[in-house]
Each structure stands twice: as structure tokens, then as C-alpha cells.
Design a protein around this ligand. Structure first.
Ligand code: NAD
Length: 284
């Protein structure tokens, strides 16, 4: 299958990054969100990132302009009718993802593959919301997308070989390394990392250590490039809470029971870097 146009739904942390790597790989790419303001913010952030690469002489200005010229922002999901590959990166809320897949399925041409960047929602369930379940697959990018090498490909129970093959080729074309996981909640990477983050929050919540000391331990004892609280703030506390709730419910295991501090922080609007405050303060 010859992929010419890619549609990315969501221009948040992940969607904007996915749209950027798609544009960088030379695909005409739609980046879709619910408002022009959100899209403008995403574009400005992307431009700032590319300007930084130009100033460090990693790419030249012509290349930065070329990447941006491949990208078209839109608030119209209907534009998926022009696209060969659709990647969804909206918030980790099951009903929302199911609705978006139903809408995308109705608007997309018959051959279009529909992929989701979900961290924990079953791909088979999402596939079941469409009339093309064999063309639905998981493409789980890592954050920050332009920098992190891995994409975890997740096969829904219904995914066919052709969809798998085309997706592998596209991800390799995006410059990524791939691993393949079966469709059990949390796949490979999310199941590895979420219990670690949750346990670190319990350490803090129970007063066993300060967040600074827990972060320092991860960095100096295990060589992690950032501490768990720096990382949680980077990912977003609402996102982590939603994923843990989902893992807890789907595996029926207490090891995923979300540390209560997260719900309090979400209620307070302290979502991490994106809201200016999380475990650390980013307002200054
Ligand atoms: N943040 C991470 O580190 C990370 C890593 C891997 C996977 N994921 C997954 O990627 C997905 C997106 O996460 P994110 O961190 O980019 O979230 P985010 O909150 O930063 O961005 C989500 C974007 O989707 C937009 N959106 C588009 N259509 C929407 C609609 N109909 N209703 C509500 N919002 C809509 C929002 O406006 C927002 O810009 C989630 O499924 C998440 O689990 C996140």
C-alpha cells in the first residue's frame, strides 16, 4: 500500500510529535484538534523545537521550512477522507476514543488504516467500534516522540497481516525502531513503567522519602535520565491516573491501584508541566 497522506487526531504532547515525525518523513500530514487556538499552540511549540535544531546546526532553515510545509492544521475530522493512514492521539478516555474511531471510520476511504496511540485501552475494543476491525492497530509512540526511538506496535485480535506489515513499514519510515505486543492492557512498555511510577508516588505519599530524594535515587542508583516525579510531571498526572485506573480495572489487580494523591492533584488542576504545576512548580 502506497501511503501518501497521514492524518493525526490530537495535537497535544503526543499528537504534535507524531505529526512532526510524519512530516519529517516526507508525508503530507493533517494535524487535527478541537480548536484553532490549540493547533496554533502546537504549531508554535513545534516551530520553536525546529528553530532550536537550526540554531544548533542540526538541520538548516530550508529543511525546517520543508517539514512545516508538509503539515496542515485542521479542526475538520472529515479531512481523513483524503488520507491513507490515521493515527489517533486524543486523551486516554475510552468513550472518547471509541467515538473518534466510529467517526473516522465513517469518513475515511475503505483502504485507510486506523491506528491508536492509546497506552492501555484494548485495541480490539477500539477495532470493534469500526466497520474495518482488520485495519485497526496500535502504534504506541514514546514521549517525546521526535526524540524517542521506539514504537510499540500492538495487534488487535482482529488486525490482519497486511495492516501489520504496512504499519511496520510506516513506522520504520518515520525513523523508529519497532517491537510488537499482543493486545493485553498495558502492552509491554506501559505495564513495565506504570507500577514503578505508582510505587514512587506511594513512597512519597506514605512519607518514606521526599520527592527530591526519590528522584535522586532513580537517577543515581539506576541511571534513569530523569527522576519519576520529573517524568510524571512531564507525561501529565491526568494521563497517568487514567492509564492506572484502566490497568487496575482490566487486570483486576491491586498492583495498579492508583496512589490517591493523583486524584487530589487532578482535582486541583495540578497536571504537571502542561498546567504549570505538578509535583514541581514550573510557573517561575
Ligand atoms: N503523554 C505521554 O507520555 C504518552 C505516551 C504514550 C502514549 N500516550 C497516549 O497518547 C494519547 C494522547 O496523550 P497526550 O499526552 O498527547 O494528551 P494531551 O492531553 O497532551 O493531548 C490530547 C489532545 O487531544 C485533543 N483532542 C482532539 N480531539 C479531541 C476531542 N474530541 N476531545 C478532547 N480532546 C481532543 C486535545 O485538545 C489535546 O490537544 C493518550 O491516549 C495517552 O495515553 C501518552
Amino acid at each position: 500500500m502506497d501511503i501518501k497522506k497521514v492524518f493525526v487526531m490530537g495535537s497535544g504532547q503526543m499528537g504534535a510529535g507524531i505529526a512532526q515525525v510524519s512530516a519529517q518523513a516526507g508525508y503530507d500530514t493533517y494535524m487535527c484538534d478541537i480548536s484553532d487556538e490549540i493547533l496554533e499552540k502546537a504549531q508554535a511549540k513545534m516551530k520553536k523545537g525546529l528553530d532550536k535544531l537550526v540554531s544548533k546546526e542540526k538541520i538548516d532553515q530550508a529543511r525546517a521550512d520543508e517539514i512545516l510545509s508538509k503539515l496542515t492544521p485542521t479542526t475538520d475530522l472529515g479531512k481523513v477522507s483524503e488520507c491513507d493512514y490515521f493515527i489517533e492521539a486524543v486523551p486516554e478516555i475510552e468513550d472518547l476514543k471509541l467515538k473518534i474511531f466510529k467517526d473516522a471510520d465513517e469518513a475515511a476511504p475503505e483502504h485507510t488504516i486506523l491506528a491508536t496511540n492509546t497506552s492501555a485501552i484494548p485495541i480490539s475494543l477500539i477495532a470493534g467500534a469500526t466497520n474495518r476491525p482488520e485495519k485497526v492497530i496500535g502504534t504506541h509512540f514514546m514521549n517525546p516522540v521526535p526524540i524517542m526511538k521506539l514504537v510499540e506496535i500492538i495487534l488487535a485480535y482482529q488486525t490482519n497481516d497486511e495492516t501489520h506489515k504496512v504499519t511496520e513499514e510506516l513506522m520504520i519510515g518515520f525513523g523508529k525502531e519497532i517491537v510488537t505486543a499482543q493486545d493485553f492492557p498495558g502492552f509491554i512498555t506501559t505495564r513495565m513503567i506504570l507500577p514503578f511510577m505508582n510505587e514512587c508516588m506511594y513512597l512519597f505519599y506514605e512519607g518514606q522519602g521526599t520527592k527530591e530524594d526519590i528522584d535522586k535515587s532513580a537517577k543515581l542508583a539506576f541511571n534513569h535520565p530523569m527522576g519519576p516525579f520529573e517524568w510524571i510531571d512531564f507525561v501529565g498526572i491526568d494521563t497517568i491516573l487514567n492509564i492506572l485506573k484502566n490497568l487496575h480495572e482490566s487486570h483486576g489487580s491491586d498492583r495498579y491501584f492508583p496512589c490517591p494523591i493523583m486524584q487530589q492533584m487532578v482535582n486541583a488542576g495540578h497536571l504537571g508541566r502542561k498546567s504549570g504545576r505538578g509535583f514541581y512548580d514550573y510557573t517561575k
